[in-house]
Design a protein around this ligand. Structure first.
Ligand code: CP
Length: 327
């Protein structure tokens, strides 16, 4: 079980690294961050204030956020670090100066930068020029911090990820689906995308998942029939049908994704112990019915809480040598 497998050398290897997508880490590194998250979650936050004392984490957000912003700010505070929050409109990275120059300047002031942005490519340029860790707080391509919390939540419920089956219903091309799938296959789970052909992940991404899953026996496949996607799975995940910035596709998405809404009827095809997951915010009556998201099977608020614990582990892993942790 990955929660007890020792991997101290791997953990030390994360010092100074970026986290732009889940697969920036190896399977072993990902498992080590999850072990650290569980270790920190089990201990009083008052004991953790020395871990990042004197550090500063900048949050540079071009899009709205509740969970990502607050969970990073509280995580940093509980670890003894300061945070500095700026809306994208304030710094205007990309318009007022290049991502490279902004990254070089911020690297002189702060110890890590969390960026929430529209396109992924400027984030890669920013990270390539930064000399401090850059963390993706959501881009068009990936939401890796969300995925850490997702797999942490599944691990808490089932003890381990390897061998589990996780269905993702809806827009399977979006950033949340991509990062969840990367994390799940890297930890040995099977991912079922339930989506119409219009919202299916690209063949190249499915091939990439096959490659990522090789080490841990994880795999992914897409089903156009929602019942086939969900049958017998241990967890059912969905997200809003229209991501931020994609509002022009709202009506089309609603028409195409309606058969993939997670309802009690669809959940009945999952395993009897199956849990429901959603990254939030949720639209009850659209991608999920109220009787599912508000049921005892729903783990969505554990997921939201776990954003904070997972990101604590991430910050400690990227900013320290993790000395003294039994991970
Ligand atoms: N799940 C998530 O990223 O939430 P926010 O957009 O509120 O940060």
């Amino acid at each position: 079980m990955y929660l007890v497998a020792p991997a101290p050398a791997r953990q030390a290897g994360l010092l100074g690294r970026h986290f732009l997508k889940v697969s920036d880490f190896s399977s072993g590194e990902l498992a080590a961050v999850l072990r650290l998250a569980r270790f920190l979650k089990a201990r009083p936050s008052a004991e953790q204030r020395a871990l990042l004392r004197g550090r500063t984490v900048a949050l540079l957000f071009e899009k709205p956020s509740l969970r990502t912003r607050v969970s990073f700010e509280v995580a940093a505070a509980q670890l003894g670090a300061e945070t500095l929050f700026a809306h994208g409109s304030e710094f205007m990275v990309g318009a007022r100066e290049s991502p490279e120059d902004a990254a070089r300047v911020l690297s002189r002031y702060v110890d890590a930068v969390v960026v929430r942005t529209h396109e992924h490519e400027p984030l890669e340029r920013f990270a390539a020029a930064a000399t401090v860790p850059v963390l993706n707080g959501l881009s068009a391509q990936a939401h890796p911090c969300q995925a850490l919390a997702d797999v942490l939540t599944v691990a808490e419920r089932f003890g381990e990820i390897a061998g589990l089956r996780i269905a993702y219903l809806g827009d399977a091309r979006n950033n949340v689906a991509a990062s969840l799938a990367e994390a799940a296959v890297m930890l040995g789970a099977t991912v079922h995308f339930g989506c119409p052909p219009s919202h299916r992940p690209s063949e190249s991404f499915l091939e990439q998942l096959t490659h990522l899953g090789r080490v841990s026996d994880g795999s992914a496949r897409a089903f156009s029939n929602p019942v086939r996607a969900v049958r017998g799975v241990d967890a059912v995940y969905t997200d809003v049908w229209t991501s931020m910035g994609e509002e022009r596709y709202r009506e089309l998405n609603e028409a195409l994704l309606r058969p993939y809404a997670v309802t009690e009827e669809l959940m009945a095809y999952a395993a009897p112990h199956a849990i429901f997951l959603h990254c939030l915010p949720a639209h009850r009556g659209e991608e999920v019915s109220a009787d599912v998201i508000d049921s005892p099977r729903s783990a969505v608020f554990d997921q939201a809480e776990n954003r904070m614990h997972a990101q604590k582990a991430l910050l400690v892993s990227l900013l320290t040598e993790c000395k003294g942790f039994p991970v």
